[in-house]
Design a protein around this ligand. Sequence first.
Ligand code: SF4
Length: 421
Amino acid sequence: MPSVYFQTFGCQMNSADSDTIHELLSRRGFVLTDSCGGSDLIVVNTCSVREAAEKRAKGKIAEFARGKKSRPGQKLWVVGCMAERLGDSLKEQIPGVDLVVGAKQMERIDEVIEEQFPQSQYDTGASPMIFGKTAVTDFVPVMRGCDNYCAYCVVPYVRGREQSVPYDIIESTVKEKIAAGIKEITFLGQNVNSYNHGGIDFPALLSKMSNIDGLERIRFTTSHPKDCTEKLIDVMASSKKFASHIHLPVQAGADRILSLMNRKYTSSHYRNLLDMIRTRIPHADITSDILVGFPTETDAEFRETLSLVRAARFTTAFMFAYSPREGTAAASMKEEISKEEKNARLTELIALQTEITREIYENSVGRELEVLITGRQEKRDKAWMGQDAGCKKVLISCEPAEPGMILNVKATRSSGMTLIV
Ligand code: SF4
């Protein structure tokens, strides 16, 4: 049987796209391998969100291209956001790349794969496999693209305009996954709160999903603070099936910077949202994305970000120093902040958030947690890994369990980023 090796960079949307590609290939008899050297096909799914992400992907692609020379017949595909941005020029930049499939072509990926591997020639009669089929958690994209044009972000250019998936497709996908043993689904969209199809908005979609038997836990990402409504928070609070976690990227704490970023909310609007979430969903985990060193950000404005982080008490956050992305509005703004200053701000922010994360984990010790067991801990085969109803990792070493079980446990200690039972 032909084999395929995946290297996926970037966000959960890319993970979901890799799953889709894998599923289409598995219908043609491809099996997944964890050895790039022994595979017939390598698929590199790329991220464009930062220059460093593109550099990492290019380095990996070049390494695979060199390896191909000693593996006659092996194919190398590059897909995703960097593939969209650079197109076929990637084949010239890195000889050895056989196919470039941009993110916008994911809409017709089944046709692209059919052109490369006609199903009639490859179908082995094997039933389609679900990517990582022993897992009990999975992703379901419900919308693609983004209309927001945040000043620093390439996503609207590489992923295109917002498009929502029809409800009946989402429902049948979810039911198929449940039948395959999936217990928890994360609904995905670049701007998931703006889902709207056939009169069904995102809160209505979530309500309908919570009525599906067998779906034990529901998550979603990513939420834009301007579209995170009271109705959505009420739906989250309405059922124990909803994880008590929301990822709500704030990006900055100063209103002038938020406006330059074209984020369309103020710092006080964001703080009010957090109050509403915490009032209705006690112990909610709120996580965020934060960008420091945006063009013209003053030290005082950076201190406003630190002040917001202190008040928000995010469980964790993705934190980055700004780097310009070609074609975005911010790329034409004059950069006045040195790399050293940006790195110093990032270091200060990370130190603050790390301390808050440590405190939040420690405060969860002794509290009753509902943990979904997701699998064995690789290095300690008597221990189980899981996730609580929020977003905290839990390591359970004493209970007999199996993936998919939900256990009520109390953590006895915290290692800083993991709760231990
Ligand atoms: S909301 Fe802003 S940051 Fe998020 S994908 Fe859209 S443009 Fe990018």
